[in-house]
Design a protein around this ligand. Structure first.
Ligand SMILES: *Cc1c(COP(=O)(O)O)cnc(C)c1O
Length: 480
C-alpha cells in the first residue's frame, strides 16, 4: 500500500498533467485580474467559515479542485484594485524560478548544495552593494524576509560594536539600540529577542512629517549613556512602513559615525529605489550605513520571501555567528563566501537568488527602475487626487507608494471619526472589490493604501474614493 502511495506521489505523468493545467489556470488568473473588468480582489469570509470549508474539503473535497479553490479563495495581488499590504504582484518569470527551486530543493547553506545559488547571490548582492555606494570589501547574502534580516543585522552589529563578547558569554551590561518610534515592529521584536528589554529600545520621536527627529538624537543618546546603557546601533527606516516616509539617512549616518554606532538601514520597502534615477534621492546618505536590508517580495517583483542583507564590511557579516571575537584580525573578506549558511540565520533556505537573477538577466536593471518609479509616481498622484477632495485628508503628502488618508468632517469629534474610518475599511474588506488596510498615527485612524500594481490607474483611485463616499452615506445614516 505504501509503495503505491509513494509511486503516485512521485508520478511524473500526474505532475505533467496537473502542472500544465495549473500553468494555464495561473496564466488566465493573472491575465484576468490584470484585465480592465476583473472580479473582486478577494471574497471575504470569516475565519471560522474558512476553517470549516477547509476541514470539509479535506474530508470530502475533490482533490482535482484543490488548486482552483485556493486561487478563488485567496487575495489577488495582481488585481489593480489591490491596494493593501506591501506585497508585490510577482512577475510571472519568478513563478517559474520558484518552481525550479522547489524541484531542485538545493538548500544553499553549503557550497555543494548551492553551486548555482551561492555564486548568484554574490553577484546580486555585489550589484546592490555598488548601488548603495559600498566599496570592494562589502558583501551580502539573501535571507528569508526583512524581519529575519533585521535581526541578523543587529546581531552583526552587536558582535562588531559591543565591547564584551555577548555571543560567547551572555549579557553582562544593559545594551541599547536607537530607532524611530515609527520603525517597523520587527526591529523592536529583534531587540527583544536579543534580550535588550524595553530599556534597550531607545525610541526617537518623529517630527510632524513622521520622519525620525534627528535633532533629538544627542539628547536621547546621552540620556541612555547616563542610565548605564551601552548603545551600539542605530536604525534608519527607508521608509517607515505605516507612513512611507523616509528618515534623513544622511543625518543619522553622521550621528552614527560620531559615536561609533553600527548604522543599519531598514530599506525593506524602499531599497528598490536604488534603481530609480527619479527616486534615488530618498536614499541619500545610505552609503554611510554598515548594513542595509532590501525585500525582493515588496518592490522588486518577486514572490515571498526573499531579502537581501548587504554589509559594508564582509568581515562583520562573517563574524555574526562565530565564537571568536578577534575575527577582524584573522579574517579576510573572501573567507568562505560560497558557504552562505555560515552567515545566514537559517540553515536550509530556498533557491531565492534565482528570482533576482532571472529578472536581471531577462529584463535588465531597467525593469526594477520601471517598477519602483511607476509605483512611487502613482502613490504621489493618488495623494494629489485625495488632496483635491474636500471630504478627505492626507496624513502626510506621500513620498512613495504608501498613502494614508481619512474621511474628515470638522463637526465630528476624533473618536467618532476614528469609528467611521474603521467602519469604511471594514466595509471595503467585506465587499471585496478593493483591498486596502488601515493604520493609527498619533491616535488618528487612517485608511492606508499601498500602490503595488503598476497597472493600477487614476481611474481606480477615483473609483475607490467614490466607493468610500457611497459607503459613507450608509455609515453616516447609522449615526455612529
Ligand atoms: C515589510 C517590512 C519589514 C518586514 O519585512 P518582512 O519581509 O515582511 O519580514 C521590515 N521593515 C520594513 C520597513 C518593512 O516595510
Amino acid at each position: 500500500m505504501n509503495k503505491s502511495a509513494l509511486q503516485k506521489a512521485y508520478s511524473t505523468e500526474d505532475f505533467k498533467k496537473r502542472g500544465h493545467q495549473l500553468i494555464d489556470e495561473l496564466a488566465n488568473h493573472i491575465g484576468q485580474v490584470c484585465n480592465e473588468s476583473p472580479g473582486n480582489v478577494l471574497h471575504w469570509v470569516s475565519p471560522n467559515t474558512s476553517l470549516n470549508f477547509w476541514e470539509e474539503f479535506l474530508k470530502n473535497g475533490d482533490s482535482e479542485q484543490l488548486f482552483h479553490e485556493v486561487l478563488k479563495r485567496s487575495t489577488h495581488v495582481h488585481h489593480p484594485k489591490y491596494l493593501g499590504h506591501q506585497i508585490c504582484p510577482p512577475a510571472p518569470i519568478t513563478v517559474l524560478t520558484a518552481m525550479i527551486s522547489a524541484v531542485l530543493n538545493n538548500g544553499t547553506a553549503v557550497y555543494e548544495m548551492g553551486m548555482v545559488t551561492n555564486p548568484i547571490e554574490r553577484i546580486i548582492t555585489a550589484l546592490l552593494a555598488a548601488k548603495i555606494g559600498y566599496q570592494e570589501q562589502s558583501s551580502g547574502f539573501l535571507t528569508s524576509g526583512g524581519t529575519l534580516a533585521n535581526l541578523t543585522a543587529l546581531l552583526s552589529a552587536r558582535k562588531a560594536k559591543v565591547l564584551s563578547d555577548v555571543w560567547h558569554e551572555g549579557h553582562s551590561k544593559p545594551l541599547g539600540i536607537m530607532v524611530s518610534e515609527e520603525a517597523h515592529y520587527c526591529v523592536e521584536r529583534a531587540a527583544k529577542i536579543m534580550g535588550l528589554g524595553e530599556r534597550g529600545i531607545i525610541k526617537i520621536p518623529v517630527k510632524s512629517d513622521f520622519s525620525m527627529d534627528t535633532a533629538l538624537l544627542e539628547k536621547y543618546y546621552s540620556d541612555a549613556i547616563q542610565n548605564g546603557i551601552e548603545v551600539f546601533a542605530i536604525v534608519g527606516s527607508a521608509p517607515s512602513t505605516a507612513t512611507g516616509i523616509f528618515d534623513d539617512l544622511d543625518s543619522v549616518g553622521i550621528f552614527a559615525e560620531k559615536y561609533d554606532l553600527w548604522y543599519h538601514v531598514d530599506a525593506a520597502h524602499g531599497g528598490a529605489a536604488l534603481f530609480s534615477k527619479k527616486y534615488r534621492y530618498t536614499l541619500n546618505g545610505i552609503s554611510k550605513s554598515d548594513s542595509v536590508v532590501i525585500d525582493g517580495h515588496k518592490m522588486m517583483m518577486m514572490p515571498g520571501i526573499t531579502t537581501a542583507l548587504v554589509y559594508k564590511d564582509a568581515r562583520t557579516s562573517n563574524a555574526t555567528f562565530r565564537q571568536k571575537a578577534d575575527y577582524l584580525l584573522e579574517d579576510s573578506t573572501e573567507s568562505d563566501w560560497y558557504n552562505s549558511g555560515k552567515r545566514t540565520f537559517e540553515c536550509t533556505k530556498n533557491m531565492m537568488s534565482l528570482h533576482w537573477f532571472s529578472l536581471l538577466k531577462t529584463y535588465g536593471e531597467e525593469v526594477f527602475e520601471a517598477f519602483v518609479t511607476t509605483l512611487y509616481d502613482k502613490g504621489i498622484s493618488f495623494g494629489e487626487i485625495i488632496e483635491k477632495n474636500q471630504r478627505f485628508e492626507l496624513a502626510i503628502k506621500p513620498m512613495s507608494n504608501i498613502v494614508c488618508f481619512r474621511y474628515v468632517d470638522v463637526s465630528l469629534n476624533l473618536n467618532t471619526l476614528n469609528k467611521i474610518n474603521a467602519a469604511i475599511r471594514q466595509q471595503l474588506l467585506e465587499d471585496g472589490e478593493f483591498y486596502i488596510v488601515q493604520t493609527k498615527l498619533r491616535g488618528i485612524q487612517y485608511l492606508r493604501c499601498t500602490v503595488m500594481n503598476p497597472f493600477t490607474t487614476e481611474t481606480h483611485f477615483k473609483d475607490l474614493l467614490e466607493q468610500i463616499e457611497m459607503k459613507l452615506e450608509t455609515i453616516l445614516a447609522l449615526k455612529p
